[in-house]
Design a binder for this molecule. Structure first.
Ligand code: GTP
Ligand code: SPV
Ligand code: MN
Length: 596
């Protein structure tokens, strides 16, 4: 039994119960016994399938509806009194309209279902970084995922006390009708309402809805930053230095966060420590540096492509107590996905619930996918072999470098360093990337995804850029800002850089530069590593690959400026003048180099 002392929380739960009319209300206490009970219930209702207990202890399989397998950005809204507040990159709705439309769908939506009340903390309970939320949901899957992804239960209620502040998060699957799906954020009311979806960021409201959209709004007001970033530490000679990196969805955060040093660098005694793989909350510390905390407690990672070569630590992390969503379910109660581990099962059921065998073809004659490209695993961060011993430190970790990156076949070199903070903000604001399967839309198309926050910034992105500029002035010892691209391709469409563990070679250079070491050439776009600056020991790159990876062609960059200009103009007067200065300065630097 939970002990509830917070009158406003109780009143709000009653208010929601009056709208959704569930058969019962259960307050989630976070205990082991409760977890077992919920798992049994989920299994009895066909929402979860226990995997082979010998091979996958404590693991479950889940499949969402075929129309509900990725975030739906076009159905995601920020609801504020003033339309200007959300800017040109967010969908807007008035709070009145949002509440009213969603209420129509929510009315009676929980008849025959239980309403679960999940008190959760983003960040270690009691840390000065942390924020508390309470999610009301009719989904057992959501409760069990939130249990992994956040800290939940009685300890959170205790922290909340009689009148603590919390974000009101309401989630109902309703009838999972895509035409009645809405992911609504009310930052002025500290409220999130999500209806009609049961998948990922649409339903686990602590993640993108709270920890990024609502938190970014709060962060601007309170003078900190909420970012779509991994956090990792690199240890050498007993000293650990930390970086944060923002890459768009499905562009390698989980992978980089837990890389294993490559064979060729073994002699250097480098160790990688994972602090977070998706979200970072950043504050200026008493020492004048920028400090980062991972608000999450688990990983909701992309499954396809994860194998013991690409990401051995992720494979080890998901051996137990993991929920697998929309991967292939083997008839032997195993799980499998494309580019996964080992041979596929002889037969199974694919992400759509269709019978599957390794040789089955789809209607276009291509191999029938076992797993959806955005299928995922939910696993406790503490199970990761590379988890940092201090990953739950309430102070966070001090940051030496900020890294931006995108998925780009051309143009962006393997790595470069900004000239200063504001130039780094310019680099972040102009990140472009090929679309992935993490959100609905056509995969491969290039879009601007500034700071990897396009779908997650809870307010006017022009003001968000301004907040980045202002933060630079408030951090006495700011980290240096870099840009990376693991995805450059050669003329035959093959990746030029091997990526994954080998990315540590690039991190080494970045950290050296952050310390004021490391060799670089100044180019119009920023500092590039000199030819011998990146340690390539034991790496057999094809001839000329490194030249291509580090090439900067002023003509190509000048061509890119048109796209940046069009993008910046969208923000009108909200675009900080500092970014136009950066734009003009870059233009001038390129002009002096364009020879043709
Ligand atoms: P979200 O959880 O959606 O925010 O994504 P993420 O950024 O954590 O993405 P993740 O690490 O799961 O990236 C998945 C995709 O990136 C897979 O297709 C990987 O194969 C690919 N990937 C990751 N690292 C590299 C790399 O260094 N090189 C190449 N070529 N591909 C990579
Ligand atoms: C992303 O899409 O960036 C994710 C997955 O990390 S979700 O939680 O669904 O947003
Ligand atoms: Mn993400």
């Amino acid at each position: 039994m939970v002990n509830i002392k917070h009158a406003k929380l109780k009143a709000w739960v009653d208010e929601v119960a009056n709208i959704c009319t569930p058969d019962a209300i259960v307050w989630v206490d976070g205990s082991e016994e409760e977890k077992k009970r919920l798992e049994r219930r989920g299994v009895a209702r066909g929402q979860l399938i226990p995997l082979d207990a010998g091979k996958y202890p404590g693991c479950f399989y889940s499949r969402s509806k075929a129309n509900d397998v990725a975030r739906t950005e076009h159905l995601t809204y920020i609801c504020t009194k003033d339309k200007e507040a959300v800017g040109p990159t967010n969908n807007w709705m008035s709070p009145e309209e949002g509440y009213q439309k969603a209420r129509e769908i929510l009315k009676g939506s929980m008849v025959g279902h239980t309403l679960y009340v999940i008190p959760f903390s983003m960040g270690p309970i009691g840390s000065p970084f942390s924020k508390i939320g309470v999610e009301l949901t009719d989904s057992i899957y959501v409760v069990l995922n939130m249990r992994i992804m956040t800290r939940i239960g009685q300890a959170v209620l205790d922290q909340l006390g009689t009148d603590g502040e919390f974000v009101k998060c309401l989630h109902s699957k309703a009838d999972l009708d895509v035409n009645k799906r809405m992911i609504l954020h009310f930052p002025e009311d500290n409220t999130i309402w999500s209806v009609g979806s049961a998948y990922g960021g649409n339903a686990l409201l602590g993640k993108k809805c709270l920890a990024l959209r609502i938190a970014s709004w709060q962060a601007r007001k309170e003078g900190w930053m909420a970012e779509h970033m991994l956090i990792l530490g690199v240890e050498q000679n007993g000293k650990t230095e930390y970086v944060v990196a923002a890459f768009p969805s499905a562009c390698g955060k989980t992978n980089l966060a837990m890389i294993v040093p490559p064979e060729g660098l073994k002699g250097k005694g480098l160790k990688i420590w994972t602090v977070g793989d998706d979200i970072a909350w950043l504050r200026v510390g008493p020492d004048g540096r920028l400090w980062a905390c991972n608000p999450e407690a688990g990983f909701f990672g992309v499954a396809p492509g994860t194998n013991s070569k690409s990401n051995p630590n992720a494979i080890k992390t998901v051996q137990k107590n993991t929920i697998f969503t929309n991967v292939l379910l083997g008839d032997d109660l195993s799980v499998w996905w494309e580019d996964g581990e080992g041979a596929p099962p002889a037969s199974g059921t694919n992400w759509e619930g269709r019978p599957w065998k390794p040789d089955f073809k789809d209607k276009n004659g291509r191999p029938l996918l076992g797993a959806h490209p955005n299928s995922r695993f939910t696993a406790p961060a503490g199970q990761c072999p590379s988890i940092a011993p201090n990953w739950e430190d309430p102070k966070g970790v001090p940051i030496s470098a900020v890294i931006f990156g995108g998925r780009r076949e051309r143009l962006a070199p393997l790595v470069f360093e900004s000239l200063d903070w504001n130039h780094g903000v310019y680099l972040g604001s102009t990140v472009a990337s090929e679309r992935t399967a993490a959100a609905e839309g056509s995969v491969g198309e290039i879009r601007r995804d500034p700071m990897a926050m396009l779908p997650f910034c809870g307010y006017n992105m022009g003001e968000y850029f301004g907040h980045w500029i202002e933060m630079g002035a408030k951090i006495p010892k700011p980290p240096k800002i870099f840009h990376v691209n693991w995805f450059r391709k050669d003329a035959n469409g093959k990746f030029l850089w091997p990526g994954y563990g080998e990315n540590l070679r690039v991190l080494e250079w970045i950290l050296a530069r952050a310390r004021g070491e490391g060799k670089a050439d100044k180019t119009p776009i920023g500092y590039l590593p000199t030819k011998d600056a990146i340690d390539l020991t034991g790496l057999n790159l094809t001839a000329g690959a490194m030249d291509q990876l580090l090439a900067v062609k002023p003509e190509e960059w000048a061509g890119e400026l048109d796209g940046v200009k069009t993008f910046f103009e969208k923000f009108g007067a909200q675009l900080p003048k500092e970014l136009w200065s950066q734009f003009n300065a870059l233009k001038d630097r390129l002009k002096s180099k364009v020879t043709a």
